[in-house]
Design a protein. Structure first.
Length: 368
């Protein structure tokens, strides 16, 4: 999306939002179609979709395939005039995303509630102590992954002084952040069609002449995420071009999107014929949620995300997810302790509770 379209989508969202918050648009009211707003603003359908996605993220609208976009129910126009209420709506949405991830990992609600209480107690204690020393803060940039989220939540149990700060930017974004010094650790799963291999060709391209280290985290099952019962009988990528089938995609730069674009090219499938190809989500959970809420008939993502939402899944490929850093940096604490832990049986046992993963190669290192 160009800089101009980024400005336009924000203007569209900013124009609609006050009408909802101030009650001029009542719950259930249908918003203009994407086609109408595309003509009105002289922009692409993807720009309008992104504006509606922003409003949905704030809990203000809901969208369903074939039924359009409507103002969400249960919004109190008086209360929603306050910025504080909008902040709470955004916070609730993000909390739901976290709940989906931990439910995917196999935890039940009482366990999650207990963990929240312990985490809150820990953060209250941290608020009264000096901030984390710069050398102990590890900055992660890269592809969204539930095993990485698990590592961040348990980092201080593995390396007591470590804090793993997560930034899910996609695989290419992770390598770029590592190259320009923003990241200590990058997470990627980039398939190279020329060599039919993952990650190493990209690492060599991004870091020519540098001594790098790639540490295997997991093998992950990727496929089509479909509504329960697969009512439109979608079996292959070619089925996404059928009339009436709406797709939800991952963002440009994500490893999942890199794989999809390459495979569609190999199979001669025109992305212009896939309805919703420009509708992008930044995490696997968001893709699954869009399918579960009826916003799309299919999405591409992790099997674990499909399981969390009780959706159907059509397996397409097993991919390799690696953690990447500079070889010299891998020898420094606390990163050294974190990467060394991945080689232990305890790591494979702990991470093994995550569904849709294979951790048999977890911790294997490759110098690049």
């Amino acid at each position: 999306m160009s800089a101009e379209e980024n400005i336009i989508y924000k203007k569209i969202a900013d124009q609609i939002r006050p009408d909802i918050l101030e009650g001029r648009l009542q719950p259930g009211s249908r918003l203009p179609s994407i086609r109408d707003l595309t003509r009105q603003w002289n922009c692409t359908p993807g720009t309008v979709q992104k504006a509606y996605q922003e409003l949905a993220r704030q809990g203000l609208v809901t969208s369903r395939a074939g039924k359009g976009t409507h103002v969400a129910g249960g919004i109190d126009p008086v209360m929603m005039q306050s910025q504080g209420t909008l902040r709470r709506a955004t916070l609730v949405h993000r909390a739901e995303e976290f709940l989906l991830e931990v439910l995917t990992a196999g935890f039940d609600l009482p366990e999650i509630q207990q963990s929240f209480e312990l985490a809150l107690d820990r953060w209250r204690a941290l608020a009264q102590t000096p901030s984390t020393p710069p050398g102990q803060m590890l900055h992660f940039f890269g592809s969204h992954d539930m095993a990485v989220t698990w590592l961040a939540n348990h980092a201080q149990e593995i390396a007591p002084s470590a804090v793993l700060q997560l930034n899910f930017t996609g695989s290419l974004g992770g390598l770029m952040a590592l190259a320009d010094g923003r990241a200590d650790l990058a997470g990627c799963h980039l398939w190279d069609p020329e060599t039919d291999s993952y990650n190493l060709p990209y690492i060599r391209k991004f870091f020519p002449g540098k001594h790098m280290q790639a540490v295997r985290l997991a093998e992950r099952r990727i496929g089509l995420i479909l509504p329960a019962g697969n009512p439109k009988n979608i079996q292959t990528l070619a089925d996404l071009t059928r009339p009436g089938v709406r797709f939800v995609n991952r963002q440009l730069g994500s490893g999942t999107r890199v794989w999809l674009d390459a495979v569609l090219g190999q199979q001669g499938i025109d992305t212009a014929k896939i309805l919703g190809y420009e509708d992008e989500k930044t995490t696997h959970s968001e893709v699954a949620r869009a399918v579960a809420e009826g916003q799309a008939d299919a999405g591409l993502g992790l099997e674990s995300a499909a399981l969390a939402f009780k959706l159907d899944f059509r397996f397409l490929v097993t991919e390799s997810y690696d953690l990447v850093t500079f070889a010299e940096r891998a020898q420094r604490e606390p990163l050294q302790r974190l990467l060394a832990w991945l080689q232990t049986p305890a790591a494979r046992e702990a991470l093994g509770s995550l569904k849709g993963y294979d951790f048999h190669k977890c911790g294997q290192k490759v110098d690049v």
